[in-house]
Design a protein around this ligand. Structure first.
Ligand code: 13P
Length: 252
């Protein structure tokens, strides 16, 4: 058992309404009853429509709320249908997921990601920046070069001193119940940390989460990889029981 802080970050994607507060309530009750919870950080990144409502209702500080994306323009502007980092900060978001592969599929480029990261960091949001290869890229043995490219083109030496958390999410693992082999995942996480230090000439490793089919079963194997600093959890975070089971099974 390690002493390092581990993140359990839920990504609700486009799911949830006001009644979903019961999920957060149950997770909060669980944390409250657990002793020694100070080595685990729970964050739920929910739809923008729910952040303010949940933030007002959630009187506890044990769970932080986050958003899942923002516009690259930091404050206000003529961008129909968009929401900026400053608007999210004002309604109670503390964290933000950026660069998710589902946004990349909608045409988000590395340059746009970079601008979004800068806006979010300027607004003092904790950024969870997603990287990961597709199945095709993996089959061609391109995983490391793709990861390097995503890190290099979206991050910037000037702002890496801010708290950016990387989330390694192999695209082929999202929602498929498939996870990488232990040794492969271990090497990939090590590679990300090492390459990050090399690219930005720093001796400080970033926090690196793993995301993709994290559930009560896969967490057993994932727990044994000490290089992983936490998890980005999709569908299992939309159920209090499934989410709590992941956190519970992590102890084993
Ligand atoms: P699943 O946990 O549903 O595979 O989703 C992972 C994900 O996309 C988290 O950002």
């Amino acid at each position: 058992m390690t002493n390092k802080l581990k993140y359990f970050i839920g990504n609700w994607k486009m799911f949830g309404d006001f009644s979903s507060f019961k999920i957060i309530y149950k997770i909060n009750q669980y944390i409250y009853k657990e002793k020694n919870f100070n080595k685990k950080k729970i964050v739920l990144c929910v739809p923008n429509t729910l952040i303010h409502f949940f933030q007002k209702k959630l009187k506890s500080k044990l769970i932080s709320l986050g958003a899942q994306n923002c516009h690259y323009h930091e404050t206000y502007g003529p961008f129909t249908g968009s929401v900026s980092a400053s608007m999210l900060k004002k309604i109670g978001a503390e964290y933000i997921i950026l660069g998710h592969s589902e946004n990349r599929l909608e045409g988000e480029t590395n340059q746009i990601k970079k601008k979004k990261i800068i806006s979010a960091l300027n607004q003092k949001l904790h950024v969870i920046f997603c990287i990961g290869e597709t199945y095709k890229e993996k089959s061609k043995g391109k995983t490391f070069s793709i990861l390097r490219k995503q890190i290099k083109s979206s991050l910037n030496k000037k702002f890496i001193k801010n708290k950016i958390i990387l989330a390694y999410e192999p695209v082929w693992s999202i929602g498929t119940n498939k996870i990488p082999k232990k040794s492969v995942l271990q090497n990939t996480i090590k590679f990300i940390k090492k390459d990050f230090r090399k690219i930005f000439k720093t001796n400080k490793s970033p926090k690196v989460l793993y995301g993709g089919s994290v559930n009560h079963q896969s967490i057993g194997l994932l727990s044994s990889i000490s290089e992983i600093d936490g998890f980005l959890i999709g569908s299992a975070s939309q159920s209090a029981k499934k989410f709590i089971d992941i956190v519970k099974n992590y102890y084993k």
